[in-house]
Ligand binder design. Structure first.
Ligand SMILES: *Cc1c(COP(=O)(O)O)cnc(C)c1O
Length: 378
């Protein structure tokens, strides 16, 4: 019997990242404390310029969170009650939540069994006369089939919003996630690939009119000081949080390279366990930044228990597809969503962060292999 060992890793280790960037993060924060412009200070515009340049998008508009980014995007596109927005049920709840909050209907389309992203071949049959937008999610950090989705959208005159909350830094055919469609929305939640120390998010677009609308909606629809030509939200990102992201950009490219190296390392180390355990497929024309490193196995729950006993934290993204959530059940009625249902019972995410040491990764893989070897021997 293996003795339960002490906690060998965290699921996401942000302390190691802070230790590496302490000087710049502290200096950036101190600078904001000195100038005192806590709302819409100079760091906000500086970050927007840096992120627009990074993604290649013409405009970046920071906002209060990834959830707020989705809301502002849908509001800028004037999504209203009775409209339909096509999306995936296999995502974080915010994706469908912001559609429903505006009184529109999230129309769920099933996912691909190997990438867990929306199955683009199922989108066109779901389009009706009420469809107003398509909202794919770049799940686990890998962009969906954006060319196919943009093609369908163009044929039907629809905008495409990429929920890129998990994929900032990923590429698709050489282009950056967040700049792959009409609007890209991302999140700076602390554990996302590019995180701040609280809540934050951003919208990206190449459309001047949409960018203007998004900037207004972010501040209560304000067009000029105390003049409101549309309804908006209190959706600004704090200057302090922008300062943290600016400091984190210093080694972001290195972090992306490490994420990809560690993700591919897991792929290689776990390959021999197929078909008992499968890794999420990454298409050759795109990259994943592995916001989550997720594997697929029928024996998910026993594996999670065994890993926990060895001090290895895991998480399930996501255990209940949205059409099975009480608040969203009515939206999924009659839809064929069996792949999402199957995968919700089989996915499990392993520790993943740029500072994950090779020795730690090897211990995690060894624990997984011995779990399955013990099962096979019984
Ligand atoms: C994290 C996340 C969001 C929400 O971002 P917040 O910044 O937490 O509001 C939306 N969609 C997906 C797919 C996410 O992973």
């Amino acid at each position: 019997m293996n003795e339960p060992t002490s906690f060998i890793t965290e699921f996401v280790d942000l302390k190691a990242q802070y230790a590496a960037l302490k000087e710049s993060i502290d200096a950036r924060i101190a600078q904001v404390l000195r100038h005192g412009q806590f709302i819409m200070g100079p760091e906000v515009r500086e970050l927007e310029e840096r992120l627009a340049a990074y993604t290649g998008a013409k405009h970046c508009v920071t906002c209060a969170s990834g959830t707020e980014a989705l809301l502002i995007a849908l509001m800028a596109l004037e999504i209203k009650p009775g409209d339909e927005v096509i999306t995936t049920p296999f995502t974080f709840v915010a994706t469908a939540e912001m559609i429903a909050l505006l009184g529109a209907k999230p129309v769920f389309v099933d996912i691909e069994p190997d990438t867990c992203n929306i199955d683009s071949s199922r989108i066109e049959p779901a389009i009706t006369s009420r469809t107003r937008a398509i909202l794919p999610v770049s799940l686990y950090g890998q962009p969906a089939d954006m060319d196919e989705i943009n093609g369908i959208a163009a044929r039907h005159g629809l905008p495409v919003i990429e929920d890129a909350a998990q994929s900032f830094g990923a590429t698709y055919k050489g282009r950056k996630s967040c700049n792959l469609s009409t609007i890209g929305c991302t999140s700076f939640y602390p554990s996302k690939p590019l995180g701040c120390y609280g809540d934050g998010g951003a919208l990206f677009t190449n459309d001047d009119a949409l960018a203007g609308a998004m900037r207004e909606i972010r501040v209560h629809g304000e067009s000029d000081r105390y003049h409101h030509r549309r309804i908006g939200v209190g959706g600004r990102m704090d200057t302090l949080q922008c300062a943290v992201v600016l400091a984190k950009l210093e080694r972001f490219e290195w972090e992306i390279d490490e994420r990809i190296r560690i993700g591919r390392g897991y792929d290689a180390l776990l390959a021999e366990l197929a078909p008992t355990l499968k890794t999420v497929a990454v298409r050759p024309d795109r990259s994943s930044v592995y916001a989550q490193y997720t594997i697929i196995t029928d024996a998910r729950d026993p594996l999670q228990t065994a890993l926990r006993a060895q001090g290895i934290p895991t998480a399930i993204h996501y255990p209940v597809p949205l059409h099975w959530q009480r608040a969203y059940r009515s939206y999924g009625e009659g839809a064929e969503l069996s792949v999402s249902q199957t995968l919700a019972a089989r996915v499990i995410s392993l520790p993943m962060y740029p500072d994950l040491h090779e020795g730690t990764q090897n211990s995690i893989v060894t624990a997984i292999k011995s779990h399955f070897a013990a099962g096979a021997a019984q």
